[in-house]
Design a protein around this ligand. Sequence first.
Ligand SMILES: [Zn+2]
Length: 229
Amino acid sequence: MRFLVDRMLGRMRSWLRLFGYDTRYATEMDDGPLLMQAQDEDRILLSRDKELIERCEKRGVKAMRITSMDTPGQLTEVMISLGVDPSIKFLRCTLCNEPIKRLNKDDLKKLKLKGEGYDYIPDSPPDDREFWRCTGCGQVFWEGGHWSNIEKMIKLLRRRYMEAERLEKKLEHWIEHSEGHEESYRKAVLEAEELGLLDLRKDLEHAVDAMEETTGWLRSALKRLKMGK
Ligand SMILES: [Zn+2]
């Protein structure tokens, strides 16, 4: 899965890259070039713009409309609907999307000696601390002070995934029940007919229709949870 994130969803891009997904950030403001980029590069376009998503659907461009205003909500949406795996992969630079490479102690020393603005790298990092460097922009990454925030977000997303799985089980269960009820109501319609009670039959027919509609909504809800599977 590769993504093209539109300009309204800037904060999502770093997270998707952190999760290892090749994610480009839209530099284009106009819909046309944006659609073309998604199509040419075989990317799923993520956008909050309803009309843009409709245009994508009409032209067969893979796209998903994001409705949440906040980053955790937006990430929950792609996790549930597309099956995005919220775990850190150490594959891509969160700044520029290029691959990152693990650095050993010698690499680090060389970087420090070069003095090309890498002063922020600790002088004597603990032995178990690992460092990566972007092959594109040269940025060096490690599990620094901001790491607890990243872990918090991942924990939240995993909790939400489990909640969604529980809801999925409930929906499957309810659909089965609704179908059972539909069947029973249909039988009752026939019984009312045999009794010759027309008004009773009508009411029961309405109940069948209502139950069918309910089952339909439950199926639609289940489909939204199952899209990523
Ligand atoms: Zn980079």
